[in-house]
Design a protein around this ligand. Structure first.
Ligand code: AHR
Length: 357
C-alpha cells in the first residue's frame, strides 16, 4: 500500500462524514490485495511495516500532542501508519481494530479508552496472528497473553506524587526552631475535591488509587495533617466539564481546601469557575493537576496552581521501536513506563523548558 494512499486514508479518518467511506475503502483494499499476510511471509525490514493505530480522540492539548508524536515518529521511521480517531467511543475503536485485522496490518496499537471490554477483539487479532501493543492507558484482562506489551504513563505513581505533594504542603514546618518561619496553620482535616478522568479508564482508576494509597499510608503513620476526600466526580478529561462540575461543586460545598484534578484541561475549566466566584486559585484553594501542559505550567508560575505532575505524551518513538520489533517477530519488554517529572511551587520554576503542548 503506497504512503500516499495511507495519507489519504488518514485524512478521511479525521472527518466523521467520511468514516463509512474509509471502512469501505479498506474493505476494497483487502479484496483487491487478496490475502496479504501468510504464515511464511518474510518479516518486514525496519520501518517497512504497516501499523494500525486507534487513538481515542482529541479531548485535550495533551492528547493532540500525543497524536502528533505518533504521526511524527511514523514519518521519521518510514512506518506506514493507518490512523483512526475513535472520537471517544470504544465501539469505534473496536471497529477500527477489526478493520486493521481485515487489512492484515503487521502490528496493531491502540489507546484503550476504558480498561475493560477488549477480550473478543484481542482474540480476533491473536487468531489473525497480529501482535497488539497497548499505549498510554492500560487494560484489565484475564489472559494477558492477548497483548504483547504496554508503553505509557505510570498512573498509580502520578496519583502517589499528587498525595505526596499535599502531605508536604500541609505538614507544618519544624516549630522547634524559632528562627524558621511557620506556614499558616493547616485546616483539619484538609478537605479535598477530586475531579476524576473518564470513568472506567485505567488512568482515572489508577490516579485515584495511587492518591488514596499514599493518604492511607500517611494516616497510619501520623495523625496530622489528616485528609478527607469530600467529593469525587468524573469531568471526562474535558475543560468544559471541569468548569461545569466545579461550578456545581461550589454551589454545594463552601469549605474546600484542595482540588485534585486528573488532568490539566479539567483544571483550567475549574480555575475559570473559581475565579468567577472571586475565589483565588492556588491561594484560597490548593490545586494539584496532572499532564503538565504549557497552560498549567504558566498557571503554576502565576501561583494559580500549586503542583503539576507530568504525564508524558511523547510516546511516538517508543511505539515505533516496539512495533518494529513486533513486526520482525522479536520480543519486547512487557511494560515501559515513560519518565515523568513533578513541578511544584517548591521548585525553581525558571528552569522549566517550554512544554510544546
Ligand atoms: O490517558 C492520558 C490522559 O488522557 C491525559 O492525562 C489526559 O489529558 C488525556 O486526555
Amino acid at each position: 500500500m503506497s504512503s500516499s494512499l495511507i495519507a489519504g486514508i488518514e485524512e478521511f479518518a479525521m472527518k466523521p462524514f467520511f468514516r463509512f467511506s474509509l471502512f469501505f475503502l479498506i474493505l476494497c483494499c483487502v479484496s483487491f490485495s487478496g490475502c496479504r499476510k501468510t504464515a511464511e511471509k518474510a518479516p518486514p525490514k525496519t520501518g517497512s511495516f504497516i501499523l494500525g493505530f486507534s487513538q481515542i480522540g482529541s479531548e485535550s492539548a495533551w492528547r493532540k500532542r500525543n497524536t502528533r508524536s505518533i504521526q511524527e515518529a511514523a514519518a521519521e521511521t518510514g512506518t506506514q501508519l493507518l490512523f483512526f480517531n475513535a472520537e471517544q467511543k470504544q465501539e469505534n475503536q473496536i471497529k477500527a481494530i477489526r478493520s486493521f485485522i481485515a487489512y492484515q496490518v503487521d502490528v496493531i496499537a491502540f489507546v484503550p479508552i476504558i480498561s475493560t471490554g477488549w477480550r473478543h477483539v484481542l482474540e480476533e487479532a491473536r487468531d489473525a496472528g497480529i501482535p497488539v501493543l497497548i499505549c498510554d492507558r492500560e487494560i484489565d484482562i484475564r489472559d494477558e497473553n492477548l497483548y504483547a506489551g504496554y508503553i505509557g504513563n505510570n498512573s498509580v505513581q502520578q496519583g502517589r506524587n499528587a498525595a505526596e505533594f499535599l502531605i508536604k504542603k500541609f505538614t507544618p514546618e519544624d516549630t522547634d526552631e524559632p528562627s524558621k518561619e511557620t506556614k499558616s496553620p493547616s485546616p483539619h482535616p484538609v478537605r479535598i475535591v477530586e475531579l476524576s478522568g473518564t470513568t472506567g479508564s485505567s488512568v482515572a482508576i489508577k490516579r485515584a488509587q495511587g492518591f488514596r494509597d499514599v493518604l492511607a499510608e500517611h494516616k497510619l503513620e501520623t495523625t496530622f495533617p489528616q485528609f478527607e476526600i469530600i467529593y469525587s466526580e468524573s469531568g471526562d478529561f474535558l475543560k468544559s466539564k471541569g468548569y461545569e462540575l466545579m461550578s456545581r461543586i461550589l454551589d454545594t460545598f463552601d469549605n474546600i481546601n484542595v482540588i485534585y484534578s486528573h488532568n490539566d484541561s479539567m483544571t483550567l475549566g475549574a480555575i475559570d469557575a473559581l475565579k468567577e466566584r472571586g475565589i483565588q486559585p492556588g491561594a484560597d484553594i490548593v490545586i494539584v493537576t496532572i499532564d503538565a501542559e504549557q497552560a498549567a505550567i504558566d498557571a503554576l508560575k502565576r501561583g494559580e496552581v500549586n503542583c503539576v505532575i507530568e504525564c508524558n505524551p511523547m510516546l511516538g518513538r517508543e511505539i515505533m521501536k516496539f512495533a518494529g520489533s513486533l513486526a520482525r517477530g522479536e520480543a519486547i519488554p512487557r511494560i515501559l513506563f515513560m519518565s515523568e517529572k513533578v513541578f511544584s511551587e517548591f521548585d525553581d520554576l525558571s528552569k522549566i523548558q517550554p512544554r510544546g503542548y
